[in-house]
Design a protein around this ligand. Structure first.
Ligand code: CP
Ligand code: NVA
Length: 307
């Protein structure tokens, strides 16, 4: 039966661990010059309704390197923009392709596609979640910290799609997560409840970034206004006062703390230039690891659908 990846909660713990191990293997083999061509003859469709640099290119290069073919479609260039229903588009694309990665505003849109298609659907970011991002970020935590188990990861910023996916990951894997947001920008209550139901006991919610980062192994931040919220930008800059990841905040964490950001970053807003350009920064490793993780995701979902 086909499996989709719309939220990390779609995964069992062993699925998640498999993806991490497989992505690390793909990276190692790629760096040794070994070409894995496991997806020769397969086609990945990418339907993107929002801008993307990393996710799109990482999916496209992952598919090409595995021997397959990516086809990028902006929703504006498809009949979706002329209101062809998701259930019809999904059934049609299922006749051409082997897997679909989608970036949309409404999360319900990817759910509708997944329900109607016979091929796996991957969430490449919605307003609600960004699961592939967190998978590759945990891979970066493993490389940088030697493992994620028992580590304290602290989210500082908006309670957004990336934060929601960190919460989902913490509900499944054994690390501590503290989520520090301004009170008016907390993650939705339902996200917290779902995580709790799944076993995420080590998740702490806070409105005090200075307190939250104490003893942190990783500090993670993201833009204050996500795609689709640009009109709130000015208000948010005021509302997030005190939530900037800068030298002072970082100095309150562990001495060897790693700062992470999914990018794109707004220098001087959620993070300073100094932190972004610090020696040993892992932001570019995070971006690279998306390609290796996307290989693991594509391979797992496509091969699983053939069984
Ligand atoms: N981190 C990330 O998803 O970047 P893009 O928006 O460039 O894909
Ligand atoms: N929260 C950001 C992430 C971008 C990768 C957004 O949704 O715009």
């Amino acid at each position: 039966m086909k499996k989709d990846l719309l939220s990390l909660l779609d995964l069992e713990k062993e699925d998640l661990i498999h993806l991490l191990e497989r992505a690390l293997q793909f990276k190692k083999r790629f760096n040794q010059g070994i070409a894995d061509r496991n997806l020769t003859g397969k086609t990945l469709g990418l339907i993107f309704d929002k801008k993307s640099t990393r996710t799109r290119v990482a999916f496209e290069t992952a598919m090409i390197q595995l021997g397959g073919t990516p086809i990028y479609m902006s929703t504006q260039d498809t009949q979706i923009s002329r209101n062809e229903p998701a259930c019809d588009t999904a059934r049609v694309l299922s006749r051409y392709m082997d897997v679909l990665a989608m970036r949309t505003f409404d999360h319900e849109m990817v759910e509708e596609f997944a329900a109607a298609s016979s091929i796996p659907v991957i969430n490449a970011l919605t307003d609600l979640f960004h699961p592939c991002q967190i998978l590759s970020d945990i891979m970066t935590v493993i490389e940088t910290k030697g493992g994620y188990q028992g580590k304290k990861i602290v989210w500082v910023g908006d309670g957004n799609n990336v934060a929601n996916s960190w919460i989902n990951a913490a509900a499944i894997l054994d690390f501590e997560l503290t989520v520090a947001t301004p009170e008016a920008y907390q993650v939705p209550e339902q996200i917290r409840l779902n995580a709790l139901e799944r076993g995420g006991r080590q998740i702490v919610f806070s409105n005090d970034p200075k307190e939250a980062v104490k003893n942190a192994d990783v500090i993670y931040t993201d833009v204050w206004a996500s795609m689709g919220q640009e009109h709130e930008q000015d208000t948010r800059v005021g509302d997030f006062d005190g939530f900037q990841v800068n030298k002072e905040l970082v100095s309150k964490a562990k001495d060897d703390v790693t700062v992470m950001h999914c990018l794109p970053a707004h220098r001087g807003e959620e993070i300073t230039e100094e932190i972004l350009e610090a020696p040993g920064a892992v932001f570019w490793d995070q971006a690279e690891n998306k390609r290796h993780m996307h290989k693991a995701i594509l391979e797992t979902l496509i091969l699983n659908n053939q069984k």
